[in-house]
Design a protein around this ligand. Structure first.
Ligand code: ATP
Ligand code: MG
Length: 460
């Protein structure tokens, strides 16, 4: 945080300063007591398992500049023994969000907010890369896109930053509107409406409605950038006073991709906008990444950059670990997409995988989590898709993947080997994978395929 005092936090949260000096300047907001350093503001969140209020005294002694608390209403002797400022609030999470809103108001730079069911992080990174050709960009670190993550990202924007690119997530009803009102994006991007988090939201219609609440933070004159290839988003117009722009492969899209060429490790396409064309080279694979790159080009052009500049910036994006990285230099090729999985991203991965050159294509697929009551049907559907995508052998891990295996068998007679134990599966793969093969690893993060993929990248 820059130039934020205890008094600012009291003001922002509507809290009461129980103890300490209100003129003290604060450094960083911390939720994890172990990360607290001198001068930081510690916000104890009450979680399902742990109520972080139990760390208050510890961090105050360690030199925290201030702490929020919903546990104390009056000054205590312990408080006086430290130089830390103790600020009483009703609800620490809501207070943190109020701090986020307060700090956002003080910022003058434009903010780009990215939401959607899949591809938020990739799109955020591509937007940041493209904008970097002209601007000093702040971007959300890691996957910090939640109700507590977004206020912190806002607090970390500095004076040097000329534009902020924030990932805005949601996993439960009503969450995105809260997040959008903190981020207050000038430009909002919705990548797609899928079925991630359908368990909490009930239906794709509900997810659609939730995603559109990103507009609650959009001011008049804001820009809404939508995936024009998405069946729901293509029919959507932004609220009054907001300019709506579409990107995609369809002829009516404002930003269009044509002549897409997929290569091992790279993708090429031509971007078309307002009668102009621009060749774009991406150091990542897949048509879904063409969509993500188009979103980035749209953001750049709507903020006054040229397509040429955006394309130059996009060249600096090289993907990230466990998200569809292809290692093609060894004895066999490994495609590591083990970071997470949903039906949409499974299909996108299989499409890319199909394009890799190799003797056999072995898809190692693990359970997809958080898909709601219909999860077995979704697994089966991915199995059917895999069977139709030129895979020679399917190896599955997990209980839900039994349906995926059924889906494969229902469509084609290709070998399917099922495992419930990851160690057993690794042993099998060690003997099964041969020189010249292509192997895809994909499943939900908690299935542990990342470590398996690392092992096979090492062995290749
Ligand atoms: P999270 O909800 O975990 O934050 P996210 O929305 O940030 O996810 P990414 O991490 O960018 O999404 O990508 C998740 C997966 O989706 C990756 O496997 C990636 O290959 C795939 N993916 C990326 N972009 C798209 C897209 N536009 N359409 C479909 N799949 C995509
Ligand atoms: Mg993400």
């Amino acid at each position: 945080m820059e130039n934020v005092s205890v008094q600012d936090i009291v003001l922002a949260t509507g809290g009461v300063l129980l103890s300490g000096d209100d003129g003290v300047m604060l450094n960083k907001i911390r939720l994890d007591s172990r990360q607290v350093e001198t001068g930081d503001l510690f916000v104890p969140i009450i979680g399902e398992k742990v109520d972080a209020h139990k760390f208050l005294e510890q961090v105050a002694e360690k030199g925290a500049g201030a702490v929020l608390t919903s546990e104390h209403k009056e000054k205590t002797e312990e408080m006086e023994e430290t130089s830390c400022a103790w600020i009483a609030v009703d609800d620490t999470k809501k207070a943190l969000q109020a701090v986020g809103r307060y700090l956002r108001k003080r910022l003058t730079l434009p903010i780009v907010g990215v939401t959607g069911s899949v591809g938020k992080t990739t799109t955020r990174e591509m937007i940041a890369a493209a904008l970097s050709a002209r601007f000093h960009v702040y971007k959300t670190p890691g996957n910090s896109n939640s109700q507590v993550g977004v206020p912190i990202t806002v607090s970390e924007i500095t004076k040097e930053d000329e534009v902020g690119v924030l990932e805005l997530g949601m996993s439960e009803p009503g969450e995105l509107t809260v997040i959008a009102r903190i981020a207050k994006p000038d430009v909002a991007v919705i990548t797609n409406i899928g079925i991630t988090h359908i368990e909490q939201l009930g239906s794709r219609e509900n997810i659609y409605r939730e995603k559109l609440t990103i507009q609650d933070g959009l001011s008049d004159g804001g820009i809404l950038i939508l995936n024009g290839d998405d069946d729901m988003l293509c029919r959507t117009r932004g609220k009054a006073g907001v300019k709506t722009v579409y990107y995609g492969t369809g002829e009516t899209c404002d930003y269009r991709a044509v002549d897409i060429v997929l290569m091992d490790g790279k993708t090429e396409f031509t971007a078309v906008h307002a009668g102009k064309t621009q060749k774009v080279l991406l150091n990542v694979m897949g048509t879904h990444n063409v969509m993500n790159a188009l979103a980035a080009i749209a953001v750049c052009c709507e903020r006054g950059m040229t397509m040429e500049e955006a394309a130059e910036g996009l060249l600096t994006f090289h993907g990230f670990k466990h998200r569809q990285q292809v290692y093609a230099d060894g004895r066999f090729t490994v495609m590591d997409d083990s970071y997470n999985a949903s039906p949409a991203s499974m299909k996108a991965a299989l499409d890319v995988f199909q394009g890799l050159t190799g003797k056999r294509h072995i898809a190692v697929l693990a359970d997809m989590k958080e898909l709601g009551g219909n999860y077995l049907a979704y697994h089966r559907e991915v199995g059917e898709y895999a069977a139709n995508s030129g895979v020679d052998l399917v190896v599955t891990l997990g209980e839900a993947c039994r349906s995926l295996a059924e889906g494969v068998r229902a469509v084609k007679e290709i070998p399917v080997v099922e495992f419930s134990d990851c160690g057993e599966m690794v042993k099998y793969l060690e003997t099964e994978i041969r020189d010249g093969d292509c192997v895809l690893f994909k499943g939900s993060n908690s299935m542990g395929l990342s470590a398996v993929a690392d092992q096979f990248v090492e062995m290749a």
